[in-house]
Ligand binder design. Structure first.
Ligand code: ATP
Ligand code: LTN
Length: 339
């Protein structure tokens, strides 16, 4: 008998500027494993509201991200791709989870501490962000959550919340999810500063990120300007001095799927960091060109995009809405009678 397939859930915010870190840390792996799993991939528009957004921009970015995920190989025949706000369970179930989650658990989250320190006025939603995320995952009985390293703590919190609900109500109601962090590409660093992670919110800064929609010239330029060290040794290394070179090699490794030894062999004849940068740029351009072409095709047919998203929302709602209704019942809420 075929072993039962694992259930996978992951999400990405429609905050624009999807970059090589998002692709190598998350989306590429979602696409690669689709056949082996039951997949739910979500454009988490409710999460993006935790920082102020321009409405017209958010609308555009949401549809643009859907096209980009399809262009990256998410196949609607194999995966459910949908917009979070299209499924009522997410916002509704988040409230229920809020009522069993201690405040201290949220105040401890490093992403909240970092992001709130940078803002004058912190919205309640930003603190609550990981509870909404926990719901995303556990309302689908997901076993696995493929994410970049930065999201590991949030997935661990989702485990804690699921366990707390199960123990409060004395039943195995929620599946306890596991984070799945890729071996290569889990933490792509900024090209302008290899001590900070490549981030959407900094992607407008020149030379920080490779955005998936950058043209070849821009990609070459950004790699050319990438910060390295004053030496000339092309090696994988944990030495903070060599973080820039390590990051470039990590990008090459994640894009090509080669082992460390194979990567180093590819660079054995390289003449200095100039050569390293050129070759990393070349494999990146080669990987992104077909994605960009598919993206343009998909954006040219908005009706088809909407049709695919409507199918995704229906499939997702069929799982998450009944789960949240069951949760309400367990917690003692009276469900409305069907007419
Ligand atoms: P922001 O800068 O606004 O925090 P982000 O770049 O982290 O945004 P998200 O939509 O929050 O983008 O993340 C989508 C996915 O990409 C997540 O799984 C996240 O772990 C992964 N990811 C984000 N940045 C990186 C990175 N630099 N390296 C590897 N994975 C990343
Ligand atoms: N917080 C995640 C996005 C996200 C997510 C999820 C990821 C929202 N809900 C559920 C995995 C599973 C981020 O990438 N910043």
């Amino acid at each position: 008998m075929e072993p039962t397939k694992k259930r996978v859930f992951s999400g990405i915010q429609p905050t624009g500027n999807i970059h090589l870190g998002n692709y190598l840390g998350a989306v590429k792996n979602w696409a690669a494993k689709q056949d082996e799993k039951i997949n739910y991939f979500c454009i988490v528009d409710l999460h993006s509201l935790t920082v102020p957004q321009d409405p017209a921009d958010l609308r555009f970015q949401t549809r643009s991200l859907a096209a980009m995920l399809l262009a990256c190989g998410i196949d609607p025949a194999k995966s459910t791709l949908f917009i979070q706000s299209h499924v009522r369970a997410h916002a509704e179930g988040c409230w229920l989870l809020n009522c069993i989650t201690p405040l201290g658990w949220l105040q401890r989250m490093t992403q909240f501490k970092d992001k709130s320190a940078k803002q004058e006025s912190v919205l309640t939603g930003l603190l609550d962000y990981p509870v909404l995320m926990a719901g995303d995952i556990i309302f689908y009985d997901a076993n696995e959550v493929p994410v970049g390293e930065d999201q590991k703590q949030h997935v661990e919190l989702a485990r804690d919340i699921a366990q707390r609900f199960n123990s409060l109500y004395e039943q195995e109601f929620f599946v306890i999810p596991e984070p799945v962090i890729p071996e290569a590409g889990a933490r792509v660093m900024g090209l302008d500063d290899p001590t900070v992670k490549m981030s959407k919110s900094l992607a407008h800064v020149r030379g920080h990120a490779i955005r998936l929609l950058d043209d070849p010239k821009e990609i070459e330029r950004s790699f050319k300007r990438a910060v390295t060290d004053s030496g000339n040794e092309i090696v994988f290394s944990d030495d903070p001095e060599k973080a820039g070179v390590n990051n470039l090699l990590g990008i090459y490794k994640a894009i090509t799927g080669k082992s460390e030894a194979e990567v180093l062999a590819d660079f054995a004849d390289a003449r200095g960091y100039g050569d390293l940068k050129k070759r990393v740029a070349a494999v990146t351009i080669e990987a992104l060109l077909p994605i960009q072409a598919r993206y343009q095709q998909l954006m040219a047919d908005p009706a088809e995009l909407d049709r695919l998203l409507a199918i995704g929302a229906e499939q997702a709602a069929a799982v998450a809405n009944p789960k949240v209704d069951q949760m309400k019942e367990i917690m003692g809420l009276v469900l409305p009678q069907q007419k």
